[in-house]
Each structure stands twice: as structure tokens, then as C-alpha cells.
Design a protein around this ligand. Structure first.
Ligand code: ADP
Ligand code: MG
Length: 607
């Protein structure tokens, strides 16, 4: 019988293997930059076009390669970094698997120019789909330039698998940011579609942090520096009040290699116990230095996962160092890990809300309250309503809101009921209003969120956004990530009513803001919206516009705690019932609850 098994031809095998190392533009960038760092580069430039799909170019001033090595470098399992099995146990370079260049050569058109300092001329090698297309002498600077063009040109499935331009570009930006933080002594340039996103001179870590993470946040960081014979932990952690709503600003390195490790993350998180509000995450940039012999970095081709010889020891070390750092700054109530120290912390206070007292309230609401029916809404909304549609929404805080105060009403601002309509605000949070069948309670924040959400969606359709020109345009400096995001979202942000000008060097000039945003909060709103956008991006597959609409609605909406004037409350309720779904906010929370007269009567024993 003939055999059904055969050995794959090398070009197919290589394509398969390539997929593990080079999954997307950002992984190619990571591999190339690692090579430059291993070659001792002092200055590295990363240039991408079209999020790296069209071009990825990495230029370094490292040691370069000889003509022979330049060819060998593209062979699979060709490496100068390890030679023996023992070497694999003791890895001191970022690369060691000898597959990155081979992989790129099989799924892209790669051109390399390289020269060692002792050579007069350099070498040019061009590889495409695993074949060497050119190998010649060239003139070039000392160092290496590698250009990866049309990634996955011959593996369409892979190419189609790539995410949106915006996502791929963000991934590349993340890779460069991570590397730049780990190697502050190296100068970095990062250029995307001819725009310089990063231009960082060699510096100390503090300055690098300022450049990359943003100056204004620096004062909120605490330095970590603990050295022992076996383990060293250095870097910065955020003060507990400098928290993020997601994990994007957590940079963990092992021997200056960016890694993903749940155990260490957990140790850091645990050290902040009782200092963080639920759903928030600490900022940190930490480098753990260990003897390479005590850790295995060869767990996955991407080299981002590691296995510690003694993970629990590392865990305890990180936990205690971070706890101590926080304690030194008087930020921890007590040093003991177990025990009732939490009572004084903010978390303990938070918990009271969910304890038996609060519970009863929830039950009460559940029993006695119902979602109102349409007739109640009709009653609430008795006045002539404008035609539903994009243009009919009026900003809650605009002077124009006066327009829709009922005729003859000259109500003063305040908590009392508006003339002709019984309406109150309680605890600067809920709006109470009488309806025919009882009492209606509206959560002001989620109500406004629903209004803004639908308004933004309508703006996207009709381009009817109204913005208010700022008297004094604001110039703000964003983190590189936020800056890239602003550029990606620019048309959508404009559709909402922002008038923004990216100014290079991560600065943006705000000339105008949506009519719904209070003047003075423009900077915060923009930053919050970007934050929220990113937050949502991680957890769901919603498209960018919907995400932006939700993020903006959430951040621009009036908050619990905002005191409203009567006409603002009326305007809010009116606009709420012009929306397509007044009863639920874009995130699915209820907006309106009703207590019926029957229920009130029952409770007062009037039955
Ligand atoms: P690895 O980095 O795992 O060794 P690569 O495929 O990434 O494998 O690179 C193969 C070899 O090519 C490296 O071991 C190194 O000797 C050489 N090389 C790659 N890039 C550079 C560079 N930028 N400068 C100098 N040498 C390089
Ligand atoms: Mg490599």
C-alpha cells in the first residue's frame, strides 16, 4: 500500500511556521526591533505605511552583518545568538530562535541592506516568497536597514485576517512604545504614513516615561527599586489615585523583554488591595531582572510568555516590594496581608452599598417599581413636540433650551416643581415627576446618555453636528497612543462636533467642541472619551462609530451630582422621550422607573 503521509515541501512548511512568529505587522516590527537591539543599536527608526501592511522598515546603527551572514540570516533556524542546547538555558538576547527573518522572507517581499563598520561596502539581499531575488554589493551606512513590503502578499487568508487599519496601527504603536520604555538609552523614531509619532533622544528612564506616558502624569508615579542577589525589581508604579479603567498602561518586563504574565500582574494588583476602587487598575512600568537560567522564555514563538523556575517566589517578591513601596508613601493602612485592615480603605466603604441595608432597597425597587407604559409618557410629554429627527435635539445646557420651556412659564431655577409640571431633582441625581398613574423617576445621567447617543448616531448620518467655537483654542499633549487614536477617529470626532487639529508631536489643538459639552471641560471630555473608547474596544466587537457614540454619550452626559435647573430637567425629559428607546441607556441600564399610586397606597395602608 502506498503511504498517505508525505513531508511538506519547504516553502509550505515555512509559510506555516511563519504564521507563528509573524502574525501581524506589529509582530514583524517586534522581531525586527529585537534584532536591532541585539545588534547593539544606539538608534532605531521604525517606519510604517498603511499600518505596516504596505511597508515596515526598521533602520538601525547596530553591528551589521557580513555578506555571508546577510544571506544566512534568511535561512530558517539560522542564528548567531545560540549554538548549543546549554545556550538555550541561558538566553541573554531578545532573539534566539532564528526564525524571524526566514518567516518574513516567506510571507513578504523583504529587502535588507547591511554593513559592518570594518567593511567599505555593504550587502543588499532581496528575498521574496522564500526565494533570494537579489544579492549584490551596495553602499550604505553602518548598520542594517530591513524593509518588509506587502506582508502576507502570498497568503491571502492571513492578509484578510488582519484587523482594521486602526487596530493594526495601534498594535504597532504599542510595540514601539513598549520597546522605547524598556530601552531609554536608545534613540527612537517612529514614523507612520510620513508622520513622526515618536522622536525620542536617548535618555534616562524618567525622561523617557515623561515623553512616552505624558508629563502631567509623572508626579503621580512612585519609584520602585529593590535589588537582591536573585531578583531585582525596578520601575514605577502609579499612586492609587492614578488608576486606569483598563490594563493598557501596565508594562511588565523580564530582563527588559516585554512579557505577559498573570501571576506577576496579580501580585502587583494584590499589593494595591483596598487602595483601588473596583474595576480600576494600577499603572505600572516594572522590569524584573532575574538570572536567565532561572526562567524559560522559549514557551511560545512570540517569546512574550515566560515560565519561572520558582513562580511563587517571584510572586511573593513582587507583592512585598510593591506593598512596601506603597507603604513608604503612607498609602497603605497596614502592612499585614490578611486581616481586617480594609475597614478604613475605600473598598470597605464601597462594600457597605452592597450590604443588607442596600439590599432591601433593591428589593423594594424590584417589587414596587415598573417600567412605565406609553400613556404615562404621553402625559409627561404633553406639549407640542418637535418632529423627531436629528435637528430636533436641543443641547441641555444651551441657552436655547429656554425655547422649549412651556409658554407662560417664568420659573426660577431651583428644586421646586416647574410651573404647569411637577418636576424635582433629588440628591442631584434623580428627577422625579408626577404622572397620571403615579410617580416617575428618571436617572439623569443615563437619560442624558441615551439622548446624546442617539444624537451622535444621527449626526453620523446627517452631518448636522453643531459645535461651539472656543474663545481660546486649547492645545493639549496626548500620549502617542491617544494621538494616533485621535487621528484615526478624526472624521468621526468632527461629525460629533469637535473641531480638532492634530499638530504633530502628539499635540492637538481644540478649536471647537460639541454643543453639549460644557466649556472648560473640553480637554477632560476628549481624554475621557478616548479612554472609554479604548476600554470598550477591548471587550467587544462593536464598530468604531458605535463605540465612539457610546463613549461620547457616557462622558459628555450630565453626571450624578450635577445640579439641574428646572428648564434643564424639563428639556432633558422631553428629549428623552424623543429618543427611540427612552427606557434603557446605551449600555442596557434602566433610565426610568415608575412607582404606581396603587403601590404607594398599599405602602401607606390606604387599601
Ligand atoms: P534570531 O534573532 O532569533 O537569531 P532572526 O531570524 O531574527 O533570528 O535573525 C537571524 C540572524 O540575523 C540573527 O541571529 C543575527 O545574527 C542576524 N541579524 C538579524 N537582524 C540583524 C540586525 N538588524 N543587525 C545585525 N544582525 C542581524
Ligand atoms: Mg530575531
Amino acid at each position: 500500500m502506498s503511504s498517505k503521509i508525505h513531508i511538506l515541501k519547504s516553502d509550505i512548511a515555512n509559510k506555516i511556521a511563519a504564521g507563528e512568529v509573524v502574525q501581524r505587522p506589529s509582530s514583524a516590527v517586534k522581531e525586527l526591533v529585537e534584532n536591532s537591539l541585539d545588534a547593539g543599536a544606539q538608534s532605531i527608526s521604525v517606519v510604517i505605511k498603511d499600518a505596516g501592511k504596505v511597508l515596515i522598515q526598521v533602520i538601525d546603527d547596530g553591528e551589521g552583518m557580513s555578506p555571508e551572514d546577510a544571506l544566512l540570516a534568511f535561512r530558517r533556524h539560522a542564528t548567531s545568538k545560540i549554538a548549543t542546547a546549554e545556550d538555550l538555558e541561558n538566553i541573554r538576547t531578545l532573539g534566539f530562535r532564528g526564525e524571524a527573518l526566514a518567516s518574513m522572507g516567506s510571507v513578504a517581499q523583504v529587502e535588507m541592506k547591511t554593513r559592518m563598520s570594518q567593511q567599505d561596502v555593504g550587502t543588499l539581499v532581496r528575498v521574496e516568497g522564500d526565494e533570494v531575488k537579489e544579492n549584490s554589493v551596495t553602499s550604505c551606512e553602518r548598520g542594517t536597514v530591513i524593509s518588509v513590503k506587502n506582508l502576507f502578499f502570498n497568503t491571502p487568508a492571513r492578509r484578510n485576517f488582519l484587523k482594521s487599519q486602526q487596530t493594526e496601527r495601534k498594535n504597532v504603536t504599542d510595540v514601539v512604545t513598549r520597546m522605547a520604555l524598556a530601552y531609554p538609552e536608545v534613540g527612537w523614531k517612529y514614523i507612520s504614513d510620513d508622520e513622526t509619532i515618536l522622536d525620542l533622544r536617548p535618555k534616562g528612564i524618567e525622561d523617557r516615561l515623561k515623553d512616552v506616558v505624558g508629563v502631567k502624569q509623572f508626579g503621580q508615579l512612585l519609584r520602585v527599586d529593590e535589588r537582591t542577589d536573585f531578583l531585582t525589581l525596578q520601575g514605577f508604579i502609579g499612586r492609587p489615585d492614578f488608576v486606569r479603567k483598563n490594563r493598557v498602561d501596565q508594562y511588565l518586563y523580564l530582563n527588559r523583554r516585554f512579557i505577559v504574565n498573570r501571576a506577576i500582574n496579580h501580585a502587583v494588583f494584590q499589593a494595591y488591595e483596598h487602595l483601588l476602587i473596583k474595576g480600576t487598575f494600577p499603572f505600572f512600568v516594572l522590569n524584573l531582572t532575574v538570572d536567565p537560567r532561572t526562567v524559560d522564555v522559549n514557551v511560545h514563538p512570540s517569546k512574550m510568555e515566560v515560565k519561572f523556575g520558582n513562580e511563587s517566589q517571584v510572586y511573593r517578591f513582587v507583592l512585598s516590594v510593591i506593598k512596601r513601596t506603597l507603604a513608604q508613601h503612607d498609602l497603605v493602612p497596614s502592612m499585614t496581608v490578611e486581616g481586617g485592615i480594609g475597614a478604613a480603605g475605600p473598598e470597605a466603604r464601597l462594600q457597605f452599598g452592597g450590604m443588607p441595608g442596600g439590599q432591601r432597597e433593591v428589593n423594594w425597587a424590584g417589587e414596587g417599581m415598573t417600567i412605565p407604559g406609553q400613556s404615562d409618557v404621553e402625559e409627561l410629554f404633553q406639549r407640542a413636540r418637535p418632529e423627531p429627527g436629528a435637528g430636533s435635539f436641543t443641547p441641555i445646557f444651551q441657552p436655547t433650551a429656554e425655547r422649549i420651556i412651556p409658554q407662560g412659564q417664568k420659573s426660577e431655577a431651583g428644586e421646586g416643581p416647574g410651573e404647569g409640571r411637577a418636576i424635582w431633582q433629588i440628591h442631584n441625581k434623580y428627577i422625579l415627576s408626577q404622572v397620571k398613574t403615579g410617580l416617575m423617576i428618571v436617572d439623569q445621567h443615563v437619560a442624558h446618555e441615551r439622548i446624546l447617543y442617539e444624537k451622535v448616531l444621527a449626526n453620523f448620518e446627517n452631518n448636522l453636528a453643531s459645535s461651539q467655537q472656543l474663545l481660546f483654542p486649547q492645545t493639549i499633549t496626548l500620549t502617542p497612543n491617544d494621538y494616533v487614536l485621535v487621528q484615526d477617529l478624526l472624521p468621526h470626532l468632527e461629525a460629533i462636533g469637535f473641531v480638532l487639529k492634530p499638530f504633530g508631536k502628539n499635540t492637538v489643538v481644540i478649536d471647537g467642541i460639541p454643543a453639549d459639552v460644557r466649556v472648560g471641560s473640553e480637554r477632560k471630555i476628549l481624554e475621557d472619551v478616548l479612554d472609554e473608547f479604548r476600554n470598550n474596544e477591548h471587550q467587544s466587537t462593536i464598530d468604531a462609530r458605535d463605540n465612539l457614540a457610546k463613549s461620547f454619550a457616557c462622558k459628555a452626559a450630565i453626571k450624578a451630582g450635577d445640579r439641574l435647573k428646572t428648564h434643564e430637567m424639563i428639556s432633558l425629559i422631553d428629549q428623552l422621550f424623543l429618543t427611540s428607546m427612552p427606557y434603557v441607556c446605551p449600555h442596557g441600564r434602566p433610565v426610568v422607573v415608575k412607582v404606581s399610586i396603587e403601590e404607594l397606597d398599599r405602602r401607606f395602608g390606604r387599601t
